[in-house]
Write a protein that binds this ligand. Structure first.
Ligand code: GCV
Length: 696
């Protein structure tokens, strides 16, 4: 494997795990035995054994990579045997039988890691479980947390853990900040297979099991991946991901039947259209029999969809679902549906109502192989939004929460922004629809979940990787990809716990790890302070979405964000205003509508207030806006100081590239501070109470 691309293991000079190895495991790690059964229940024996074998290979690879240990691999069947000085990797049921063990059931894709005096056993509930057990074991070893005579049992919280790429087939990436596409170039699939395998490892190492490879804005109907021109190459790509337990999905264009000039309509209720998709699905599955299905953005930002024909999103999704059903494929249908024609003079229109207004009435009308994919917030990945009211309210439809790892509105991988910080808040949001209504409690599948009134089947998130040498442009942005995977696996993990893991794996246990940890945890509040005052978002430069422009989208058809006038700021979303709060469960509706109870970081999202409104700290709203701009800038100065304090303790290239970005971030924070403060000073005519210069 190439040295160049792997991450999480950046600078392993001070691995805590080395000590653990000395303490006794080293002998055991010299031989690895994969228990590969002669048959597996269910279908796809080849695919499943491929994952199992890959699990064993990954373990060997990890030992070599992290500890320069060369273990030998043997493969054994299910026949009974006694445990000897070795690592065993296999299915839990087989290991139990073979060695008369009693390892407990853990749930789909889960694993048990058992360390005895003479063996290390990695027992997967299924083959993916073996793979994930291997990665977890390597991570625990590296973190020095794999003690002798322990038993660790884990399983993922939900079945779908997906990455969405917004890669275009010309090789560009919509909202991509880490170079060009890993998969495409010049209207072809064009990739380095080794790099794709490394990427698959990266994703599998944190439990990702699905990936959609092309942009949801498919647009170029004449160049669709679902044609034979491309399917052979897509199949080859799928084959690289397969042993890593990752299934591909394709984003499709709803208008393909006429885009490809076969029909003159894409009306989902037209029998010819349904037949066209059925035949198309049959064709696609001949190439990729385990394709997970289609991802669809319809009737949104110019993409075609069922509204064109006066049909519902249920009609559209169910028609596609019928085509995929014989192949066990699923339709993932995005709820980011709005073809906004916002007129800023009409204050009753409120873009954030769209997802709920469009989809809540359809709850229960979707086929069982349809999942709705709902952006976490009602607006669009702003630094601060409330969690969308659809969660908890969807009671009969399987769905996913969509997060954004690529830093579109969060610093574009120039500014440091550790996203698990906000994800932790999201996971802890209480939908108030049931006794156990927190988002993190809604994950799962099966009866337990149905009882709670939701069917949150996992997460999907927009990728932050590209061809840049370190995957993510900003080296520390890798923590976001890592954190996303860990959160999919266990939504109750705290941002701090995830940061500690990632820095431990990447920088060991010394000063550098501590410093990076501190920087990660301080980064989100810093960015929020200089750019997004109290829940008022959208103050960004149109199109690029980087840098300040307070009124950039304000009089635009894509919606207004804060409705600033000389005397007031914010949007009244109470029942007396746009009524958006009424989409929440009553407890939350009351909380958000009440000024005294509304969290201050969402104040301007829910309320329209005069600038002299008194905040909890006794200062006016305007003074708080001024102060937080200054504090945000100072927080970036502090991040830089922390980074400078570890110069010389880590890889020089990593140091310099992060340092260069931090300096750009400082200039950026300064621009935000000055542009916003100047704007508010001019707009209100009220100066800074502390007498600072607020414009230059
Ligand atoms: C893929 C935002 C982004 C768009 C993106 C869209 C979406 O509006 O700016 O680039 O399009 O979200 O999620 O579909």
């Amino acid at each position: 494997m190439t040295n160049e691309y792997d991450c999480w293991f950046q600078d392993r000079r001070s691995f805590t795990g080395n000590e653990t190895l000395k303490a006794g495991l080293r002998e055991i790690l010299r031989t690895v035995t994969a228990i590969v059964p002669g048959s597996l229940p269910g279908e796809a024996f080849e695919e499943r054994t491929a994952i199992l074998r890959q699990a064993a290979m990954e373990f060997l690879w990890g030992l070599k990579k992290c500890y320069n240990l060369s273990a030998s691999l043997s493969v054994s069947g299910e026949e009974s045997a006694s445990i000897s000085n070795t690592v065993y990797i296999g299915l839990r049921s087989n290991l139990n039988k073979k060695f008369s063990l009693n390892l407990p059931a853990v749930g789909a894709e889960g694993f048990v890691i058992k360390v005895t005096k003479t063996a290390l056993i990695i027992a997967g509930e299924d083959e993916r479980g073996c793979l994930y057990g291997v990665y977890r074991c390597l991570a625990l070893l590296a973190l020095g947390k794999l003690a002798a005579e322990t038993e660790i049992a884990e399983a993922p919280a939900a079945p779908i853990r997906m990455i969405n790429h917004w890669d275009n087939i010309d090789g560009s990436i919509e909202r991509g900040y880490a170079g060009r596409s890993l998969f495409f170039n010049n209207d072809r699939l064009d990739y380095d297979p080794q790099r794709i395998a490394d990427y698959a490892r990266l994703l599998a190492s944190v439990g990702i099991n699905r990936i959609s490879i092309n942009n949801v804005n498919v647009r170029r109907a004449a160049k669709l991946l679902i044609t034979e021109e491309y399917l052979g190459d897509v199949a080859k790509l799928a084959a690289i991901f397969r042993p890593f337990g990752i299934r591909l999905m394709l984003s499709i264009n709803f208008s393909a039947p006429y885009g490809l000039k076969d029909l003159d309509t894409a009306d989902p209720l037209d029998a010819r259209v349904a037949e066209w998709w059925k035949k198309r699905a049959d064709l696609i599955y001949r190439y990729i029999p385990d394709l997970a299905g289609f991802l669809v953005k319809a009737d949104s930002e110019g993409e075609p969809g069922p509204f064109q024909y006066g049909r519902t999103h249920g009609d559209g999704a169910n028609m596609l679902a019928a085509a995929l059903k014989p192949h066990n494929g699923e339709v993932i249908w995005r709820c980011f549906v709005y073809n906004s024609a916002q007129d800023w003079r009409d204050r009753s229109v409120d873009r954030v109502r769209a997802a709920y207004d469009n989809f809540k009435p359809l709850d229960g009308s979707f086929a069982d192989n349809v999942l709705l994919q709902v952006k976490w917030g009602p607006m669009d990945f702003q630094l601060r939004e409330p969690v969308t009211p659809l969660f908890g309210a969807l009671k009969k439809t399987r769905h996913l929460m969509e997060l954004q790892i690529t830093q579109e509105y969060t610093g574009q991988q120039i500014d440091l922004c550790y996203l698990p910080y906000i994800w932790e808040d999201i996971m802890n949001f209480d939908t108030a629809h049931s006794e156990h209504g927190k988002i993190k409690e809604l994950f799962g599948s099966g009866d337990r979940h149905l009882l709670q009134g939701g069917l949150l089947q996992g997460l999907a998130a927009i990728s932050n990787v590209g061809l840049d040498g370190n995957w993510t442009g900003h080296t520390l942005a890798q923590a976001n990809l890592y954190g996303y995977g860990r959160l999919c696996w266990d939504p109750s993990l705290s941002a701090a716990a995830i940061a500690a893991e990632w820095t431990g794996l990447s920088f060991g246990s010394g000063k550098a790890a501590d410093a990076v940890n501190e920087m990660l945890l301080k980064s989100y509040p810093a960015l929020e302070k200089y750019s997004a005052p109290f829940g008022a978002g959208g103050m960004i430069t149109p199109h690029s979405h980087y840098g300040p422009n307070v009124e950039g989208y304000e009089y635009d058809r894509w919606g207004d964000y804060h409705r600033i006038t000389w005397d007031r700021i914010g949007i009244d979303r109470s029942p007396q205003g746009t009524g958006y709060v009424t989409q929440y469960a009553p407890k939350n509706a009351a909380r958000f509508a009440d000024l005294a109870q509304c969290p201050e970081n969402l104040l301007l999202f829910f309320h329209r207030l005069p600038y002299d409104y008194k905040m909890k700290n006794g200062q006016t709203l305007l003074q708080n806006i001024y102060d937080t701009r200054f504090e945000g800038y100072e927080a970036v100065e502090e991040l830089i100081k922390i980074w400078e304090s570890i110069k010389g303790t880590l890889n020089a290239d990593v140091y310099e590239s992060v340092y260069a970005r931090l300096k750009r971030q400082l200039a950026n924070a300064r621009e935000w501070r000055d542009v916003l403060n100047t704007y508010f000073w001019r707009k209100t005519g009220i100066g800074d109470a502390k007498g600072r210069t607020i414009y230059e």
